[in-house]
Ligand binder design. Sequence first.
Ligand SMILES: Nc1ncnc2c1ncn2[C@@H]1O[C@H](COP(=O)(O)OP(=O)(O)OP(=O)(O)O)[C@@H](O)[C@H]1O
Length: 266
Amino acid sequence: MNVIELDHVTLTRKGKKILEDVSWVVPARQHCVLLGANGSGKTALLQVITGYMSPSSGQVQVLGKLHGTYDLRELRKSIGWVSSSLQERIHSHDTALEVVVSGKFASVGIWEEPTPEDVNQAHTQLEFMGCEYTAERPYAVLSQGEKQRVLIARSLMLRPQLLILDEPCSGLDPASREFFLEFIEKLGQQQDGPTLIYVTHHIEEIVSIFSHVQLMKAGRMLMDGPKAEIITTEYLHHAFGMEMKISRSNGRYWVMECQLVSRMAN
Ligand SMILES: Nc1ncnc2c1ncn2[C@@H]1O[C@H](COP(=O)(O)OP(=O)(O)OP(=O)(O)O)[C@@H](O)[C@H]1O
């Protein structure tokens, strides 16, 4: 089954084309990176996929369900979305454990009595993400890396089939980023885990579990394919308006030098 099928999706708001003729198919377990400059339409695309925005034309099918023919609230229970806006909504006085347990109810805060199984499962997810030691700490005191790992643990409580990680490394220092990416690798290697869509501006974050890259520019899917075909000087220049000298080592990509050649409209 394909996890995502977008067919000629266009999204227009207030006369502006935010997405234009986007077609995209993601088979199950094909972990992907959605890469693009600020304002290229990545968030808008995620909002269309999760049904928070309706396309002006085109079809959207997620986890085999065609948008418009299915209860989106039900569908969203199978989709995890970890983003900075979720982070802002978390009650700062809740403990990390409470935050993770709340994922079971797809709510911010706990409004129902969790079962002992829910609490056990939350401990297991915290352990999987390497932050069991934060369980009793208020969420507000956690480091940025811990907060992100706790939110991923939270999103795993409903065993999603699709997990969207929206710029999860923003605000992390280089060492914390590498530490965090090790958990992303582990998550992607889980045989019964979710298909991952990882949104970023940085090619350095494309770790080995991600086989495919979708490059966006000005609301269009500029390129879509195996990462080795997409992460090229030519395409990155086109997408980011920069000359970038790239190197590849240990299956990762690194920007060695860059030079601004055109200013983006967005
Ligand atoms: N509801 C809306 N009405 C009008 N314009 C919108 C709306 N939502 C998004 N846009 C515009 O669409 C463009 C794409 O925005 P989007 O947030 O999807 O970009 P992005 O790739 O996620 O950027 P970033 O990397 O900075 O998060 C931007 O120019 C934005 O201002």
